[in-house]
Structures are given as structure tokens and as C-alpha cells.
Design a protein around this ligand. Sequence first.
Ligand SMILES: [Zn+2]
Ligand SMILES: [Zn+2]
Length: 245
Amino acid sequence: MWSLFNQLADVFAPPCLLCGSLDANLDNYCQACYADLPHNDYCCQICALPFDQPLAAPITCGKCLRQPPSFNTSLVALHYLPPVSSLIHAFKDHGDQPAGRLLGACLQAYIQHHRRPLPEVLIPMPLHRQRLLARGFNQAEIIAQRLGKALHIPSQPALCQRQFNTPSQQGLNQQQRQDNLRRAFHVNKSMSGLRHVAIIDDVLTTGASVSALATALRRASGEELFIEVWCVARTLPPNSKLHLY
Ligand SMILES: [Zn+2]
Ligand SMILES: [Zn+2]
């Protein structure tokens, strides 16, 4: 249930969420604040891990070369650093729709900037039923709806479901985590005819969940399937120099 404030914000364009300027667009940000966001400009073309240095051409990081994930590539707009991390927290944990609009707009701009063949369907990362009931909405589904509308691609939230509630993988060893994730997703519908899909999520961290979903999609498809991942933000390794900026 959205708050009255969020409903009013839909009618009266509010000031910039980041600096309070009245020069904001309907997605709740001004151009100066947009330019200052931690954009993920130079990153691995598969896992979107940012590099510390600018690159002349897209490259693949060492980890993806050694152990490629189940998805083919990803587009991740921002670094999970302030103020992006606060906006994601406000959207996800407090249902702050203006924050969600701002984040969705950033991902949309990033995808439109990286012009390439678009997927046939968008698949929001499913939430387990219990978590969906607790939160009241799936943030990935809201982002996918926006992108689908803007890019004219159907969003299919019912295509798959999360079978297990895995709130924390802490305390499990790598094998146990992988076993948990392998059984986590179930594909409900036929994948026949699909050759190119995008998984939508808010934050990309280790990539383990999206990789597990990608594996489930491939298994259900039985065909050659190109899978990309579209996310708002990428977490950084603890030793990244980008934390300092
Ligand atoms: Zn601003
Ligand atoms: Zn990588």
C-alpha cells in the first residue's frame, strides 16, 4: 500500500530527491545530481564488476574468464554507493516510489545508451511468496514494468517463481549455497520460441542468484538462449578504489 505522499508525488512533480532543487524532472532528479551519480561506466561486460581505470573497449574480468556465470552479459547502471544505496533502501524497504522512479530512470537511460538488440521478454527476479507478502511488492517487477513500457518489451513476472525463501546464505559453505540456489527457482511457463531474455533486478552482488535463475531458464528452454541481466546497481569489492571517490 503506497503512502499518501507517494500518491501526491505522482500528481505534483516533487523537488529533486537528492538536492531539493525545484528543477527536477518527473523522475525526481535534476541533471546536476544525475551527472554526479556513481555511473558504472567501465566494467566487465559479463558481471559488470567495475574496473578502477577507464577502458578503451569492453573487456571480461578474470573471474568471468575462469568461471563464467550462466548468463551471457549484463547492463548495470550505477555503483552501489551513496546516494544510490540509500535510494535503493528507501525504495525497497520503505516503498518510496519517487526513489524507485529515479532508479528505474537511471537504468532505462543506461540501457538506451548501450544500444544493442533488445530481449524478447523481461523477467523480474522473483521474490519468495513470504517475502512478497511482507514487503507488499517486488521491486524488480516495478522496475521491469517501467522498462517494458518504455522499450516496448513484455514483462513476464509469472514466468518463474522462487520456491525457497533464502533470506540469508550466511553460515553456509559454498557447496550448500550452490545447492540452495540450484533448487531455488521454478519456471512455470513454456520458454518455447524465446531466444533472448533479460533478467531484471535491483542490485547485483555476487551474481549467484541471477546465475541460478539463468540456469533454470536454460534448463526449461532446451534451446540456445541468450540471457542478459539488467540491474540498477552493482556492489563493489571491499578493496575497490571506487569506495574512496
Ligand atoms: Zn538535484
Ligand atoms: Zn566479470
